[in-house]
Design a binder for this molecule. Sequence first.
Ligand code: TXA
Ligand code: MG
Length: 542
Amino acid sequence: METKWFKIESVDEREKIAEAAQILRRGGLLAIPTETVYGLGANGLDEVAVRGIFEAKGRPQDNPLILHVPDASWLTRYCESVPESAYRLAERFWPGPLTIILPKKECVPYRTTGGLETVGVRCPDHAVTRAIIAEAGVPVAAPSANLSGRPSCTSAEHVREDMDGRIDGIVDGGECSVGVESSIIDLTVTPPRLLRPGGLSLEELREVLGEVAVDKAVTQKLSEGEKPRAPGMKYRHYAPKAPLTVVTGEARASARHILANAPKESGIICFEEFLPLFAGEVRSLGRSDDKGAQAQRVFAALRTFDETSVPCIFAQCPDSSGLGLAIGNRLKKAAGFAEIAVESNVKVIGITGCTGAGKTSLLTALKELGGEILDCDALYHQMLRDDEAMRRDIADTFGDVFDENGILDRKKLGSIVFADKEKLAQLDYITHVHLPRRAAQCIERSEKTLFGIDAIKLFESGLASLCDLTLAVTAAAETRVQRIMRRDGIGEEYARSRVAAQKDAAFYRERCDAEFVNNYPTVDEASTAAIEFLHNILKEEL
Ligand code: TXA
Ligand code: MG
């Protein structure tokens, strides 16, 4: 079968809309855009057409379809005894990502409802699709347009991947703005019950309905033989070939956990701000504070791993408020509910600043307050000795810089990278790929509740994203020159050139949460001030 492609950008394209509607009227299959995900539509009153949907998707027959309508006035055509609450919901949320379950009228075939006496109805927030349905004059039964078991389609391209040659037409109406399917509310029970979390939050539903129960299948794996009220919830919606583990908990803590524990070849789904920490097959779920973006991306992120050879996948997961309930549900279903809940009570403090700024005073103060300190420079040198993956990358990039005993010839490496900026950048890159993983392992292993990371390149390495708090230590350039001369026993000119070659105070000040200005003339004075500074900043923790 040839699948016709309709690119329809506005409801003014009447001819195309009429042609698409004609497919539905004559019992054909048409993929339609909605704000949630693409639907695979057919006339919901036509048993033969509906059977075509199940065949094209490879969908189990007992999994009912949702009827899509152009407005709330169609409710009484297909539903018996429509309660007043249904109209309140429609008034507030339609068109939108909400499906309402009500008793069905006789005209709705059991093939559409999977044998149930109830039917789900929804009015999608996509003007072109509503125009097509109105023009067709029939309710459109439409499951998500993916092959059964694959993630839902959020673009017409995804539909083409799954359905080309299997259906009559695809309407390309752009990317889906919501990205996860509709929320399903069952109004045939008291209190109303959320059967599937989706693009409309539980909080919003409660604003209109008061008490709303949440079906067990939303948050838990059902045991063998247990039946969810929405039959579709029992299916593992998307099982990537590689096993997926969902890591819940505060965003930084879950990022640290994945970084420290996931095998290096793992596929990763992380929040945007943690991207620099991970190498290889990494997908961004969107910023941790932007659940709208996460909902839009979750299926696309899951879709792409089957083209890779990752042995396993780890995904960060938002908390369950707002859209988070739906996003977490899709991830956990994809994982077969394999979940690690990370609880962390360690506060990680990144301390940075350039040479001579007097970081040591602040680090010592943190230690005195009971903190553990990770010196990233020392860790780097340790890793040059014992981190096989990093050593391999260095050898691959810079050639023969290890001697026959496997010891790094620091002079040799130094002469390569200090003569060539690009080579130095390559070495930095290698370090930044490997070091954060070891740093995360150190944090995970620590028994302290305060943990300081001492790193000049806190931001460049991505380590800052692992920190709950970042502190800059700064000092006047002149003070730094004097300190370096005294500390390293070097001449003024050399000291000046070193200070000039480094980032200035503004670089650290702009990026950090707070700044410790260390122009104190003596170490004692600096120490006293550092303790006081930390006390003020960590008031609640101490
Ligand atoms: O956002 C959406 O709802 C998308 C777009 C295309 O509108 N559609 C969608 O359809 O997600 P589908 O078929 O993939 O999921 C429908 C879900 C299934 O879990 C099904 O079991 C449930 O709705 N459902 C449908 N009718 C039901 C009913 N009468 N009682 C309980 N659950 C029902
Ligand atoms: Mg589906």
